[in-house]
Write a protein that binds this ligand. Sequence first.
Ligand SMILES: Cn1c(SCC(=O)Nc2ccccc2)nc2c(=O)[nH]c(N)nc21
Length: 281
Amino acid sequence: PGGERAADGWRVTWRGCAVMGVLNVTPDSFSDGGRYASLEAAVTRARAMRDAGARVIDVGGESTRPGAEPVPAEQELDRVRPVLRALAGEGALLSVDTMKPEVAREALAAGAHLVNDVTGLRDPGMVEVCAGAGAPACVMHMRGEPRTMQRSPQYRDVVAEVHAFLRERAAAVLAAGVPSVLLDPGLGFGKTAAHNLALLRALPELTCGPHPVLVGASRKKMIDLLAGVPNAADRDPGSLALHLHAARQGAAMVRVHAAGVHVQALRVQAALEDPTFTPGR
Ligand SMILES: Cn1c(SCC(=O)Nc2ccccc2)nc2c(=O)[nH]c(N)nc21
């Protein structure tokens, strides 16, 4: 797998890191000049990220940010289904970012290839949907619920607890017939910045295992706490720093807003890390 224990800790074998582009199809994410305008805008953005080199487009119809209000399944589905249908067969892999089994089922039928469930497939119905459709799933760690998870999260040992959760959930969903899983520490989902740092520093313990690891730090609050960047739109440099670290520690994929920036930086990093790489000329 990704690394072997060396005398001085973990040595990670380089395997390259892919980009998952974030596509929020929530009303606040596109100038909601009516449904068509936002659908058109969403598809245009997805194509731009794909053309910039994103391997996967993560389509989400319900914000899972701290304090976010829940959205009914039908409304969430009305947002994501047209976008998935428009993008299906156009070259990028599609993931559906949802916590609801009924949304996942319809999204997979509309062309999604994998399910990105921030609850770690907590709902048994979600396990059934993924197993039934033969769809891979991203198993992410979240402590509590989006609405309340950032109210003083506490752990005895955040790395041990998160890694144990991911190992257990992965084994359970694979045993239930889900064909394959990605593991994700869930940065910012019931974690302080200190917890997020500990998880980023312990990534080799996760990436040396059999499952690919997905990391999502893009534009998150921890970047403000580390570098004083109050506006999320200004946090791409810090996002890149965190994601290059994650890739260097063996992450297989990073979930990003600035797809082009990350694709270029990860290609340069891959060349740096690959002694057999021969530059064009
Ligand atoms: C759906 N989803 C999210 S949404 C949170 C977010 O982007 N907040 C945010 C975005 C921009 C600014 C501030 C906060 N984060 C992950 C993740 O880290 N991993 C996986 N697998 N899925 C994820």
